[in-house]
Write a protein of this length. Structure first.
Length: 328
């Protein structure tokens, strides 16, 4: 029997009877995945960082330190960000395992170690998940969080709660684009992104994808998750802004002919920062897993060039060490 989307609402353009879709056209060419895999093997991509992996890790890694109680944000690697604001602690896309893969022995492995494990985290109030890809939803990390912080609320895209139900994890709320929910005095709104979802060969786009905007006592944090560029995303600033702090991806963008519909490059990340009206942004989704053909050390270099071109500074769009923090 064919699977049908139990959440299908014909009044919503991103809904289909079979699941969900982007509002932008799919620009990947037929056979593109096979072509990409063939070409990256032939060209031996991705290449190591210019100075090697060890030097890269020494440059861009530090142990995370959560001492004190002041408002701050930490980048914990890839898309994992911890934000502490006025007593509320929020964690995004927690992936603290060794591989972005369903297998423990194969798939993309960490090139930089985690700056903290679950046992070393401060008390977590809210965990937000952008979508179900393995580099954003890690089974072992989520289970460890649920065991250590049973009071934590998990906010997930529409269609993903059933995965948590099967995993025996409660306290989960699932939202559609532009829906909101209140948790401990903060309002969380699930906002669009240009991406896709799948955890197996048989569940493509059966759950939604997107980003989150947290509004806590007038402070607004936008976590973009994974996204390709779309001028439609400017609506986030108009409807949920102004954004005080954003976490925007800058890596896994090469080759552009294949990745542009799902991942922004650094120049497009800067463009989103401007079009959405972010006061400050943190660069995420780079420096940990080699998911595409760009070198680990290429995104920060290109981000610097894009900022200079846009007349912005490193204080506007920040490069943190993995494990690094900024005061809010």
């Amino acid at each position: 029997m064919a699977w049908t989307n139990p959440f299908f609402d014909r009044s919503k353009e991103h809904h289909t009877p079979e699941g969900f879709r982007n509002l932008e056209p799919d620009i990947r060419p037929p056979g593109g995945l096979k072509r990409w895999r063939r070409e990256r093997k032939e060209q031996q991509l991705p290449r190591p960082p210019d100075a090697g992996y060890e030097a890269f890790a020494r440059r861009w890694w530090q142990t995370a330190n959560f001492d004190g109680h002041q408002d701050a944000a930490w980048w914990l690697g890839h898309a994992t960000v911890l934000v502490r604001h006025q007593g509320l602690t929020v964690l995004t896309d927690p992936v603290l395992g060794q591989r972005a893969s369903p297998l423990s022995f194969a798939g993309p492995a960490r090139r930089t170690i985690t700056p903290v494990d679950v046992a070393g985290l401060p008390a977590i109030d809210v965990v937000v998940i952008s979508h179900n890809h393995y580099d954003h939803l890690d089974n072992a990390t989520v289970h460890a969080l649920a065991r250590r912080f049973p009071q934590a609320v998990f906010l997930v895209p529409l269609g993903l709660k059933r995965w948590f139900d099967k995993a025996g994890i409660g306290n989960v709320r699932e939202l559609d684009w532009w829906a909101s929910t209140e948790v401990r005095g903060a309002m969380f709104t699930f906002v669009p992104a240009r991406h896709w979802s799948a955890r197996t060969l048989w569940d493509r786009n059966r759950s939604l994808w997107g980003g989150w905007v947290m509004n806590h006592q007038g402070f607004r944090f936008w976590f973009a998750g994974d996204t390709g560029y779309s001028d439609r995303l400017a609506e986030i600033g108009r409807r949920a802004g102004p954004i005080d702090l954003a976490a925007i991806p800058i890596g896994a963008y090469a080759p552009r002919w294949f990745m542009q519909g799902q991942h922004v490059d650094p120049a497009q990340a800067v463009q989103l920062h401007q079009e959405i009206g972010c006061k400050r942004s943190i660069a995420i989704h780079w420096g940990v897993f080699e998911l595409a053909d760009d070198q680990l050390d290429e995104p920060p270099r290109l981000l610097g060039e894009a900022l200079a071109e846009a007349g912005l500074t490193e204080e506007d769009f920040m490069l943190l060490n993995i494990g690094g923090r900024i005061a809010l």
